[in-house]
Design a protein around this ligand. Structure first.
Ligand SMILES: [Zn+2]
Length: 181
């Protein structure tokens, strides 16, 4: 059975530099379906974010590479940046738009990896992936896109709201400090 642990350290390397490909490898649940489910449907996860992560992990999002493979006549370029072919990995990890969001998250967390941080990181990542897909769909259907730093503000608000909902827990202050200071 594969590992179902999660960390921003990658195989013992601390994440002082950000690597999108390594992050996806860490981020995507591996191993048995049961282990993957535990990874995604963790306590405190927002259900729509968890469902989106599940679909993303299975590579079932209707990205343009998949629409094309189904025989639809669509442009292959990324809806958001138009610079590269649109695939799951591009949209979520290497599109300049999502890279900006990932780097904002890394900057905010300063890549500190304390024990209590797993929940926070999972929550942030599910929220970020969901937000990127929302923005992609805004472009696909409405040709509108929020600037990445505006989208990050929305992610920030969701994270703060979720941490606040945990204020009776004993590590609430640590989570708040990690995210806000
Ligand atoms: Zn792109």
């Amino acid at each position: 059975m594969g590992t179902d642990s999660f960390s921003w350290t990658v195989e013992g390397d601390s994440c002082s530099t950000y690597s999108s490909s390594k992050t996806w490898e860490v981020l995507r649940p591996r191993g048995t379906t049961q282990a993957s489910a535990k990874h995604i449907w963790f306590s405190g996860a927002t259900p729509k974010h968890a469902f989106h992560m599940w679909v993303t992990n299975l590579n079932r999002l209707p990205t343009r590479d998949r629409l094309s493979a189904w025989g639809m006549q669509v442009p292959l370029s990324c809806c958001i940046c138009s610079l590269h072919p649109e695939s799951r990995d591009h949209i979520m990890l290497s599109c300049p738009y999502s890279l900006t969001l990932w780097s904002e998250v890394a900057r905010r967390l300063r890549c500190v990896v304390p024990n209590f941080g797993d929940w926070l990181r999972l929550f942030i990542e599910l929220t970020l992936l969901y937000t990127v897909w929302q923005q992609r769909n805004n472009m696909f259907f409405n040709q509108t896109l929020s600037p990445p730093l505006v989208a990050f503000k929305d992610i920030n608000m969701q994270v703060v709201n979720s941490i606040t909902a945990l204020r009776t827990r004993k590590n609430f202050r640590a989570l708040m400090q990690l995210w806000l200071i």
